[in-house]
Design a protein around this ligand. Structure first.
Ligand code: NAD
Length: 263
């Protein structure tokens, strides 16, 4: 069977870990060539080696416009162009309450989670137009939809990502560039562990914990895994979603439904 991304070139920020890494793996398996853009040089070098000829690593701190542009340009110089941008890099914090967040804290969160994807979209557009269109996917969060799923600055930034994706979709879709957001629920990665004060390597324990507790809070009784989000990104990146632009796709095991199946 032909890969669903045969001949496509993607840039994935935060591609060395968690959701981004799961998406690099899936996109390569579906035939894409991928630039993994991240700040983890050692992991990036390992990825290049593991997927020789299919993956290039770009050191790209998404707070740097120059490094974002360089990562996007690498897609063209290494693989001939750009079709897909997955703005996914992210961090979380533990500044839970409005009274705790410093001015610098607001800037830090917004620079990475909102300004980074904004500049990624800005510089992806000319490259995508050269290919006749493209697909941009921005990782938001269920924290951007409902209170209580993340610290306040993080949640506000993710709400911004959802609306920025809608605005960009309105602007870019006439030029055949679709823009959509994904709202992951609780996914067993290092970020989620960090939010709970768990060590980065706690992801496995976290998966077990989420699976155990799932029945009470999350209707779908399984731990959310990076591949669950990668599959959503694949749908939005591929031609299967040719008529879809401006949505936020919630992939959360039903946790935002809010009910409990107690009957
Ligand atoms: P992760 O920590 O495994 O991956 C995040 C990646 O982003 C890492 O590889 C990290 O090096 C990279 N990164 C961090 N700062 C960066 C920067 N300034 N420039 C470039 N890269 C940077 O965590 P994850 O859960 O895979 O997170 C991916 C995205 O998913 C984030 O945007 C996060 O907010 C979002 N998200 C995660 C969850 C969850 O439960 N895990 C839920 C909702 C949304």
């Amino acid at each position: 069977m032909a890969g669903r991304l045969d001949g496509k070139v993607a840039v994935i920020t935060g591609g060395c870990s968690g959701i981004g890494l799961g998406t690099v793996e899936l996109f390569v398996a579906e035939g894409a060539q991928v630039v993994a853009a991240d700040i983890q040089d050692e992991k990036g070098a390992m990825l290049e080696k593991r997927f020789e000829g299919r993956v290039r690593y770009a050191h790209c701190d998404v707070t740097s416009e120059d490094e974002i542009k360089a990562a996007l340009d690498l897609a063209k110089s290494a693989f001939g162009g750009l079709d897909i941008l997955f703005n996914n890099a992210g961090i979380s914090d533990r500044m839970g309450a409005i009274t705790e967040v410093t001015a610098d804290g607001w800037n830090w969160i917004f620079d990475i989670l909102v300004r980074g994807p904004a500049l990624g979209m800005k510089h992806a557009v000319p490259l995508m137009l050269e290919r006749g269109g493209g697909s941009i996917i921005n990782t938001a969060s269920i924290a951007g939809l409902q209170a209580g799923f993340g610290p306040i600055a993080y949640s506000t930034a993710k709400a911004g990502v959802i609306h920025m994706s809608r605005c960009a979709a309105a602007q870019l879709s006439p030029q055949k560039i679709r823009v959509n957001a994904i709202c992951p629920g609780l996914i067993a990665t290092s970020i989620f562990g960090a939010t709970l004060g768990m060590p980065r390597e706690g992801a496995d324990q976290l998966a077990a914990m989420v699976a155990q507790n799932a029945a009470s809070a999350q209707p779908v009784p399984k731990a959310g895994l990076p591949d669950d989000i990668a599959q959503a990104a694949l749908y939005l990146a591929s031609d299967a979603s040719a008529f879809v632009s401006g949505i936020h796709l919630v992939v959360d095991g039903g946790i935002t439904v809010g009910g409990r199946h107690s009957w």
